[in-house]
Design a protein around this ligand. Structure first.
Ligand SMILES: [Zn+2]
Length: 487
C-alpha cells in the first residue's frame, strides 16, 4: 500500500512533471522561501465530513442574533444593550463559577473568532450575507471600543487577540475599508489594560493586576498575552502599521518559554496546553516576519516535545495541561480523566503550527501529525448547535463517551468555525511552479502557476470511509494537461 510519505513525494514529483524545477534546500534544511498556501477560493472541498462541518458552522454564525453578539460589549460600556443573552460563557453577567467555568465566565470571548470565520467563509463562498453581516456588526461594535470594556475584565488579552484577528481578516477577505481604523481605536482602548510585555499564568499576572488595581483572584491570572504576537505580526504585514510589529515583539514570552525551548530544554510540563501550543505559532510568525532564528528553534524543539506526549490517535494535553515526560502520566490519564484533548481549540492551534512548520521546512512529519489530529479528533467533533452546545473534550478514557460541554458558547465554539474554514488551506501548497499535496481530502485545487500553466488537480474518493480503493482513486490526478495515473 502506498504510504503517506511516499505519496507526498510522488505528488511532488507528479507536479514537477507538469511544470516545475525542484525546490532548493539550504544546508540547514530550511527553504529560503517558505511554501505558500493557496487562497481560500482556489480550493473546493467535495461533499465530505470537512465540507459538512464548514457549511454547518457557517450556517450557525449567519443566523446568530447580532444584538446578542454585541450585548456584553454594550453592557460593559454603558450603552443600550437590547436582545436576549447568548447564554453560557458569553454573557456579561456575574459569573456563577462552576468547574467548567459557568455562565458569564468569559464575556464575548468568541466574538472575534466568529467574525473571522465569517470573513474566511466569504473568501470561500462569496456569499454576500457574510460580508453584510460582519460589516453591520463592526459598525455597531465601534461605539463599544472604549477602555471601560477592558477594565476589571478577566481576559483582556484573549479578547483583544481574537478581535485583532477579526479586523485584519475583515480587511483581508471582505475589503472592509475602515478595519484598520477600528483596530487602532480598539488598541488604544485595550493598551492600558494589557500587561507591558507577555506574562506567564499565575503569579506574574497576579503581580501585574495588583499594580493596576485590578482583581487578583486565580481566575484573573489566566489571560493569554503570550498568544498575541502572531496576529500582531500579521496586522503589520497586512499594512496596519509598524505599531503592531513593535507590540508583537514585546509579547513574545522569551524568558520562561522561548529561551529555554530554543536551548532544547523541555519546559512544557504544567503549562496550559492549548494556549501554549498556540503561542508556538507566534514563534513561527516571529521567524516568518522578523527572521528570528531563536523563535524558529523554539517552535521546532517544542513541536518534538509535544509530539512525544501526544496520544497515538493525535491530540495532547489531558486536563488541558502538558505533562512531564517519562512518568507514565499520559497512560494514567486514560483512566483518571475524561478531558483527553481540548479538540477544536487544540486542533486549531495544532494546524496553524504544523502548517507553518511544513511551509518553512517541507518536512512531511508535520503533515503526518496534522493528518492524525484531523481524522482522529476534530473531524469527529459533535456539531456546533444554534443554542451554543459545543464539542470541547475528546474523551480518551477507557470508559469514554462523546458529549457536549456543560456550558453554552465556550472557547471551542469560536475555534471550530475557524478550523472548518481552514481545512482547504491545509490540503495543498505551492512554491514557484511546484504544487504540493498534503492532505487526503476529496477536493479540487485550481491554480495558474508562475509559468502560466493552468492546473486543476482533483482528489476523488470517500476517504476515510473508503481506504485502499480510495487511495488509488485519490492518486489519480486529473489536470488540464491530462497527466494522469501517476500511481
Ligand atoms: Zn476551547
Amino acid at each position: 500500500m502506498t504510504s503517506r510519505r511516499s505519496f507526498l513525494l510522488g505528488a511532488a514529483a507528479a507536479s514537477a512533471t507538469i511544470c516545475a524545477k525542484p525546490g532548493t534546500l539550504s544546508a540547514d534544511g530550511l527553504n529560503s522561501i517558505p511554501l505558500e498556501t493557496f487562497d481560500y477560493s482556489q480550493v473546493t472541498l467535495a461533499p465530505s465530513l470537512a465540507q459538512t462541518q464548514f457549511e454547518q458552522t457557517q450556517s450557525i454564525l449567519l443566523n446568530m442574533n447580532e444584538d446578542s453578539m454585541l450585548k456584553p460589549m454594550r453592557t460593559r460600556t454603558g450603552l443600550p444593550a437590547p436582545g436576549p443573552h447568548m447564554g453560557g460563557w458569553y454573557d456579561e453577567i456575574p459569573n456563577d463559577k462552576t468547574p467548567s467555568g459557568g455562565g458569564g465566565f468569559a464575556p464575548a470571548e468568541a466574538f472575534g473568532q466568529w467574525l473571522s470565520a465569517l470573513a474566511r467563509g466569504y473568501a470561500i463562498t462569496h456569499e454576500p450575507r457574510n460580508k453584510e453581516k460582519v460589516e453591520r456588526i463592526l459598525a455597531a461594535y465601534e461605539p463599544t471600543l472604549q477602555q471601560s470594556f477592558f477594565k476589571n475584565f478577566r481576559f483582556p488579552a484573549y479578547n483583544y487577540d481574537k478581535s485583532v484577528q477579526a479586523l485584519i481578516d475583515a480587511r483581508q477577505y471582505l475589503g472592509t475599508t475602515n478595519a484598520f481604523e477600528l483596530l487602532n481605536k480598539m488598541t488604544d482602548a485595550a493598551e492600558p489594560w494589557l500587561p507591558p510585555h507577555a506574562l506567564d499564568r499565575g503569579e506574574p499576572q497576579r503581580k501585574w493586576r495588583a499594580s493596576i488595581g485590578e482583581p487578583t483572584s486565580d481566575d484573573f491570572t489566566w489571560d493569554e498575552s503570550y498568544t498575541m504576537p502572531e496576529n500582531l505580526y500579521l496586522a503589520a504585514e497586512r499594512g496596519a502599521g509598524e505599531r503592531y510589529r513593535r507590540m508583537a515583539r514585546r509579547y513574545l514570552l522569551d524568558e520562561t518559554w522561548f529561551d529555554p525551548l530554543a536551548a532544547n530544554q523541555n519546559v512544557l510540563a504544567g503549562h496550559h496546553a492549548y494556549s501554549f501550543c498556540n503561542s508556538l505559532s507566534s514563534a513561527m510568525q516571529a521567524w516568518l516576519s522578523d527572521g528570528s532564528r531563536k523563535h524558529l528553534d523554539a517552535a521546532t524543539n517544542a513541536f518534538q516535545f509535544l509530539d512525544r506526549q501526544s496520544f497515538a490517535t493525535g491530540g495532547w494535553g489531558p486536563d488541558e495541561s502538558f505533562i512531564a515526560p517519562g512518568g507514565g502520566k499520559l497512560y494514567e490519564s486514560l483512566s483518571s480523566t475524561h478531558h483527553g484533548f481540548e479538540t477544536p481549540c487544540g486542533s486549531y492551534a495544532h494546524f496553524k503550527l504544523t502548517r507553518k512548520l511544513l511551509q518553512v521546512t517541507r518536512d512531511g512529519r508535520y503533515g503526518d501529525s496534522m493528518e492524525r489530529v484531523l481524522y482522529n479528533t476534530v473531524l469527529g467533533a459533535k456539531p456546533l448547535m444554534a443554542d451554543g452546545r459545543s464539542f470541547y473534550y475528546s474523551d480518551y478514557n477507557f470508559d469514554g463517551s462523546k458529549v457536549y460541554f456543560p456550558d453554552a458558547w465556550p472557547c471551542c465554539s469560536g475555534t471550530l468555525p475557524l478550523v472548518a474554514a481552514d481545512y482547504r488551506i491545509l490540503c495543498y501548497f505551492h512554491s514557484g511552479a511546484e504544487l504540493f499535496v498534503n492532505l487526503y481530502l476529496p477536493s479540487t485545487v485550481r491554480w495558474t502557476n508562475q509559468e502560466g500553466a493552468e492546473i486543476r488537480l482533483v482528489q476523488d474518493g470517500d476517504y476515510p470511509y473508503e481506504s485502499k480503493k480510495c487511495i488509488k482513486t485519490i492518486c489519480n490526478f486529473h489536470t488540464d494537461k491530462k497527466i494522469n495515473n501517476q500511481h
